[in-house]
Design a protein around this ligand. Structure first.
Ligand code: ATP
Ligand code: MG
Length: 231
């Protein structure tokens, strides 16, 4: 019997440490690491359009629909096949980011954004979403700007009030079932420890250092992959 893989999402605002923590977590879980928007050829092309600082005025609805178009391709061709074959997936952003940025941040009606997300995710819901949260001023010194560093993308340039709305939106989302909020203002290793504890609390495991924990050793129930008809 093959157990379906578990789908773990790392969410949070710009520069909070999602990519850093997604990499560390995927390595500990032995999971497939992927990201949004992106993760497929089509998705990466959509990503470059969405983040292009020279894209000019992009209507929030256009932004939303591009995001969820990239997601449908990603879920269908990368995430679902991995989960079906028993591989865990760690995804750097997913529907939560769309709700936070295009809903709370851009001001599109949340029910419209949620409906678009339901379509774009093809009904896939994360097993656990870890929200990395830190006050904006705590992140100011993290990413060096200027020579040799990447220039801010179109969404990073949206301004402090926009990013405050996004953070507040994420914290609202973080109150939902299936979400765990982790303080991301500490050192990388400390945040990684808390992310692992959050994931282990839901999945029952998080890589070797956590596996020795007695709570974890009881294991999480396995959801079998339904055999395809005719197999
Ligand atoms: N806990 C931490 N303490 C200090 N610096 C950190 C921490 N986590 C990440 N960083 C650094 O902060 C910067 C942003 O981290 P990272 O790229 O992981 O964030 P992100 O949330 O993926 O950003 P983006 O929203 O742009 O994708 C990087 O230079 C990274 O090395
Ligand atoms: Mg990142």
């Amino acid at each position: 019997m093959t157990c379906r893989g578990r789908f773990v999402v790392i969410e949070g605002g710009d520069g909070v440490g999602k990519t850093t923590q997604s990499r560390l977590l995927a390595a500990r879980l032995g999971a497939r690491l992927t990201r949004e928007p992106g993760g497929t050829d089509l998705g990466e092309q959509i990503r470059s359009v969405l983040l292009d600082p020279h894209a000019g005025d992009v209507h929030p609805m256009a932004e939303l629909l591009l995001m969820v178009a990239a997601r449908a391709q990603h879920v269908n061709s990368v995430i679902e096949p991995a989960l079906e074959s028993g591989v865990d997936v760690v995804c750097d952003r997913f529907s939560g980011s769309t709700l936070a940025y295009q809903g709370y941040g851009r001001g599109l009606p949340l029910e419209d954004v949620a409906a678009a997300c339901a379509l774009g995710s093809l009904g896939l819901v994360p097993d656990v979403t870890v929200l990395l949260d830190a006050p904006l001023p705590a992140l100011a010194g993290r990413r060096p700007r200027g020579a040799g560093s990447e220039a801010p993308d179109r969404i990073e340039r949206a301004g402090e009030r926009f990013h405050e709305r996004v953070r507040a939106g994420f914290l609202e989302l973080g109150r939902q079932d299936g979400w765990v909020v982790v303080d991301a203002s500490g050192e990388v290793d400390d945040v990684a420890r808390d992310v692992c504890a959050a994931v282990a609390g839901v999945l029952g495991r998080c890589g070797p250092p956590v596996r020795s924990d007695p709570i974890v050793s009881s294991g999480a129930p396995c959801r079998p992959v339904a055999p395809e008809p005719g197999r």
